[in-house]
Design a protein around this ligand. Structure first.
Ligand code: SAM
Length: 185
C-alpha cells in the first residue's frame, strides 16, 4: 500500500491541475443532485468533490494520496467549498454506514469494498459508480485485472438498489462501466 501511495503521490506531483471538469456522467444526471452529505471515494484531485460541493453538498473526500488532497484542500479553501478531506487506505478504512445522500466512485475498483459502499448510503441515497471494465486490458495489457470490473453490469453488485443507469460503455468507450442506483429502502 505504501508503494501505491507513493506512486499516486508521484503522479499527482506531475499532474496537478485546477481546471479539471466533472465527469460527463455527473452532468448528464445533474438533476439527481441537490444537497446533503456526499462521499467521494478515491477522489484524486477532486473534480467530483468540487462538482458536488458546488451543487450544495457537504463532501467527504477520501484518497490515499496526500499530494492530491493537499491540492484539493487549497482549491476548496480558495472557493469556500464544503469539502473535508481524509488520507485513507480504503482497503482498511471502515466507511460510515447509513450516512450519505450521495456516494461517488470514479476510476477505482475493489471488489472487497462494494458491500461497505452500499452500506454507506442513507435511505434515498444515490450511488454513482464509473470505472474501467475488463475491456480495458485490450488497450492496456499490463493493467492488473483485480482493479477492473468484470463484464455483466455493475447492477449485480448492488441488487437492492433501484437502477437508474447500468451501462457497459461510456459514449464510444466500451472499457468503462457505469452504474447509478438509489437506495429506495
Ligand atoms: C484513477 S485515479 C481516480 C481519481 C478520481 N476518482 C478521478 O476520477 O479523477 C484512482 C485514485 O484512487 C486512489 N487510490 C488508489 N488506491 C487507493 C486506496 N487503497 N485507498 C484510497 N485511495 C486509493 C489514488 O490515489 C487515485 O487518486
Amino acid at each position: 500500500m505504501k508503494s501505491d501511495r507513493k506512486k499516486w503521490d508521484r503522479r499527482y506531483s506531475r499532474e496537478i491541475s485546477d481546471s479539471l471538469s466533472p465527469d460527463p456522467l455527473l452532468l448528464e444526471f445533474r438533476g439527481l443532485f441537490s444537497s446533503g452529505r456526499a462521499l467521494d471515494l478515491a477522489c484524486g484531485l477532486g473534480s467530483t468533490s468540487v462538482f458536488l460541493a458546488r451543487c450544495g453538498y457537504w463532501v467527504d473526500a477520501f484518497d490515499t494520496s496526500l499530494v492530491a488532497l493537499q491540492n484539493l484542500m487549497k482549491r476548496s479553501t480558495r472557493e469556500n467549498l464544503s469539502i473535508g478531506v481524509a488520507v485513507v487506505d480504503l482497503d482498511y478504512y471502515p466507511l460510515p454506514t447509513n450516512t450519505y445522500d450521495v456516494v461517488t466512485v470514479f476510476y477505482f475498483f475493489s471488489q472487497n469494498l462494494l458491500t461497505s459502499i452500499r452500506a454507506a448510503l442513507k435511505p434515498g441515497g444515490v450511488l454513482v459508480y464509473s470505472t474501467f471494465n475488463y475491456h480495458h486490458v485490450n488497450e492496456h495489457p499490463n493493467f492488473c485485472s483485480d482493479y477492473l470490473v468484470p463484464l455483466g453490469g455493475m447492477g449485480r453488485f448492488f441488487p437492492d438498489l433501484q437502477v437508474i443507469a447500468d451501462r457497459e460503455s461510456s459514449g464510444e468507450n466500451p472499457a468503462i462501466s457505469q452504474f447509478i442506483g438509489t437506495n429506495s429502502a
